[in-house]
Design a protein around this ligand. Structure first.
Ligand code: FAD
Length: 392
């Protein structure tokens, strides 16, 4: 499709990640004229573990079965490579996807719903005028009544308008590792977490169809100078990775959500990573990309039906429904990352602790509920850790 100076879109979305494509799907379905501008030609590689939790899948408004790679049916907790827990999960917690396939699938669904997508087109600048937003790209100008910045943690939209100038970010580094078939089988459908892999963070191994996705996340704003060393150390101490064949390493910033800030300015709003919506404890971002898209879609639809343009309600809802929970997630992160060895022991020995942690990832409990239940149940958790307890 070529740029047109004639069309004024109801909404232009910058970025064809999960936040942008789900928002485009929902509003195109609602009959709005929607355009997505994406800098990369789709499908494109995206640095991500590709762990997609049950709560995320429940929030995506269409069936994504065709792009689900594997289901993680079990969890492994190690500390510095030493096995502490290997457990099958009673209810499914997460699936694994390859982000190039997943994001491409979402973008196709958005187009099937009626949205336009122009990929391979970098958005360079935004200009807000009284009655519209002008989006400048190398391929020309585009006009929208509203503009959504769904362009990730390094958001051009946010930069262009001076929004979220002091965002808090952590760092993650990931290796796509080929192992021999025996090692792939040994990992099976288990997802591994190791809170001893790096200071203030953790290492993970996620099983994919034909390889393992291995990474380290540092939930800290400090410069992650040693993260590459942490990844190497993590790989060296995990027996399943001893016989790896090929490593393809990528690093990227991850938002550390939990600060209440304005996420709109005039006709422009931010969502997903661009709005710093990833949890500051495990770095999960896909759920919040999709959830912020759901909230944005309901706000924009309501504004169009009322003939209004005040986006304050969007910021208010994101802060109340998402950022408030991140504040609780920070408390959890604060405890686990300050006492990683002790916390790993508690997680591996207390079935109640496992219920709370796996349950929050699955979506059974909010972080607020986990905080409250942890406080209430500390004596029981310690008892289980000391004397053992039955599986949840
Ligand atoms: C190593 C690593 C592992 C992770 N693992 C997980 C995990 O297992 N589970 C999980 O839930 N989360 C994980 N995350 C976080 C997750 O990847 C993000 O939270 C998620 O991708 C956010 O989605 P989004 O749609 O907001 O942004 P993105 O997925 O970043 O999409 C933004 C899009 O905008 C495009 N874009 C950027 N700038 C421009 C521009 N100027 N013009 C046009 N287009 C532009 C980009 O090309 C991109 O396609 C991980 C992150 C990292 C770094």
């Amino acid at each position: 499709m070529s740029p047109s100076t004639q069309i004024i879109y109801d909404l232009i979305i910058v970025g064809a990640g999960p936040a942008g494509t789900v928002l485009a799907y929902l509003l195109a379905k609602a009959g709005l004229r929607v355009l997505i501008l994406e800098k990369a030609p789709m499908p494109r590689y995206k640095t991500c573990g590709g762990g997609i939790t049950a709560k995320t899948i429940n929030n995506i408004p269409f069936d994504i079965t065709p792009v689900l790679d594997k289901q993680a049916t079990g969890g492994i907790v190690t500390f510095g490579g030493k096995l502490l827990l290997k457990t099958l999960l009673k209810k499914p917690v997460a699936w694994l996807v390859m982000r190039d396939e997943f994001d491409y699938f979402l973008s196709q669904e958005a187009q099937r719903a009626g949205a336009d997508l122009i990929d391979g087109t970098l958005v360079e600048k935004i200009d807000q005028q009284a009655d519209r937003v002008v989006v400048y790209t190398a391929a020309g100008k585009f006009f929208g009544s509203f503009l959504a910045g769904a362009d990730g943690v390094n958001s051009t939209v946010a930069h262009s308008l001076g929004m979220l100038q002091n965002r808090e970010v952590g760092t993650a580094i990931e290796a796509e590792i080929e192992v021999d078939p025996a090692a792939l089988e040994e990992q099976g459908l288990f997802a591994t977490f190791d809170f001893g892999a790096t200071p203030h963070g953790y290492g993970w191994i996620f099983p994919k169809r034909d390889h393992l996705s291995v990474g380290v996340f540092q939930a800290s704003t400090a410069k992650a100078r040693d993260i590459r060393k942490s990844l190497n150390k993590f790989i060296d101490c995990q027996p399943v990775l001893n016989r790896h064949r090929q490593i393809d390493i990528h690093g990227h910033r991850i938002p550390l959500g939990g600060t209440f800030v304005n996420l709109h300015l005039g006709r422009v709003f931010l969502l997903g990573d661009a709005a710093n919506l990833a949890d500051p404890w495990l770095g999960e971002g896909l759920y919040y990309a999709v959830t912020s898209a759901q909230i944005a879609a309901s706000v924009i639809e309501a504004l169009f039906s009322q003939g209004r343009m005040d986006l304050s309600i969007y910021t208010q809802r994101i802060n109340a429904e998402i950022v408030q929970q991140f504040a609780y997630a920070r408390r959890l992160a604060g405890i686990v990352y300050q006492f990683p060895r002790f916390s790993s022991q508690l997680i591996s020995k207390s079935p109640l602790m496992q219920t709370l942690i796996f349950g929050s990832v699955r979506g059974d409990f909010t972080f607020g509920t986990v905080n409250r239940l942890l406080l209430q149940s500390m004596p029981r958790i310690f008892w289980q850790a000391l004397y053992g307890g039955s599986h949840p």
